[in-house]
Write a protein that binds this ligand. Structure first.
Ligand code: F6P
Length: 387
């Protein structure tokens, strides 16, 4: 068999571990050949590809980023074309299909997040033999218990929280650390708990400013004259809106979040009269070498993707479910975002540790009950709702 592979969407640590596992398993177990497309789907559309052999993947396991390059703006169904006054979008999926056939490839493995999987599902419907591998630091891809890249991002963000702690303590300041994660709070929650934050604010739980400030003041009354707040970029105040940092003109309707921490800092400072500073970690959490966990997860995912291809099980996403590797139809993940459920054990642990989630206990209980009522009525749960 001849296999194509590409990496799409935002990069993250572990992409090279997957590429390496795909290439080695294809060659060692099945004597397949592998073509690597550059910069996501763009490489298939623009015929930009390389042959991947054992030598090409030698020494890449611990490397961050992706040797193939990536793009989160090369949707084959909405491909951006630059015009004098902005961008227009073309459906170039048929060119992609033609190029793929011309190369005599039997299957395409796409390593990416929800945008990549949505396009993969569409290409599968057009008849392309496609297999998805779930990637993202956001950990928000529906259908898998974990995406690779998340663990590495948690390690980097936790290290930042640790470092901010010492300076917060020295200067008696409120320090806010904003982390990526889009519409899901996994990264903020995990790094906040691991880093011993005092307040964690996630998009799934709109925060009440007074509750946040009361926690800061309570700590001061207890003689703890600093506070650490970890906030997800998609978090909002009750009744407030997400803060958009930029519009993306090469993707229709796409925005990038960021900056909520600046608003929050001004409000905390105003209400508590305590000096409050902001650190926005941004793309830092997407960089660097993958953790051993992500190397292992990425390796398993890459091997599984090739085993699926060998069995001709196409149109599927490789997943980790209850500690087992499995696969689900691509359409099951499409249009959904895996958010932090309100009955998450980690949220409950955070509360037991005295970490404020920015709302009163009564409010959180009420929100959880509403979520249960929806579940009983078979309405989509929070973690299934599209962003
Ligand atoms: O999906 C991964 C992610 O890093 C999000 O957490 C973040 O909102 C977004 O990508 C940033 O995208 P870009 O690299 O285009 O700024």
């Amino acid at each position: 068999m001849k296999i194509g592979v590409l990496t799409g969407g935002g990069d993250c640590p572990g992409l090279n571990a997957v590429i390496r596992a795909v290439v080695k398993t294809a060659i060692n177990d099945y004597d397949m050949s592998v073509t690597g497309f550059k910069d996501g789907f763009e490489g298939v559309i623009l015929n930009n590809y390389i042959n991947l052999d054992r030598d090409s993947v030698s020494g890449i396991l611990s490397l961050g980023g992706t040797i193939l390059g990536t793009s989160n703006q090369a949707d084959p169904f909405n491909f951006p074309i630059k015009q004098a006054d902005g961008y227009t979008y073309l459906d170039r999926s048929s060119e992609l299909m033609t190029n793929f056939e011309r190369l005599g490839l039997d299957a395409l493995i796409v390593i990416g997040g929800d945008g990549t999987m949505a396009a993969a599902g569409g290409l599968g419907e057009l008849g392309l033999n496609i297999i998805g591998v779930p990637k993202t630091i956001d950990n928000d891809l529906y259908g898998t218990d974990q995406t690779f890249g998340f663990d590495s991002a948690v390690v980097t963000a936790t290290d930042a929280v640790d470092k901010i702690h010492t300076t917060a303590q020295s200067h008696h300041r409120v320090m806010i650390i904003e982390v990526m994660g889009r519409y899901a709070g996994w990264l903020g929650l995990a790094s906040g708990v691991a880093g011993g934050a005092d307040i964690i604010l996630v998009p799934e739980i709109p925060y009440n400013l007074e509750v946040v400030c009361e926690k800061v003041k309570e700590r001061n009354r207890q003689g703890k004259n600093f506070s650490i707040v970890v906030i997800g970029e998609g978090a909002t105040a009750e009744g407030g809106d997400m803060v958009v940092s930029r519009m993306i003109d090469t993707s229709p309707d796409a925005v990038r979040l960021g900056g909520i921490s600046n608003q929050l800092a001004a409000q905390i400072e105003g209400l508590t009269e305590l000096e409050t500073r902001v650190t926005i970690l941004g793309h830092l959490v997407r960089g660097g070498s993958p953790t051993p966990f992500d190397r292992l997860l990425g390796t398993h995912f890459g091997c599984e993707a090739i085993h699926l291809a060998a069995r001709k099980e196409f149109g599927r996403l490789v997943v980790l479910k209850n500690n087992k590797f499995d696969s689900i139809p691509l359409e099951e993940t499409a249009g959904k975002t895996r958010k932090v459920p309100l009955d998450s054990p980690l949220l409950s642990a955070a509360k037991s540790l005295g970490i404020s989630l920015g709302v009163s206990d009564e409010k959180l209980k009420q929100m959880a009950e509403e979520a249960n009522t929806k579940a009983a009525a078979n309405e989509p749960a929070a973690e299934e709702v599209g962003a």
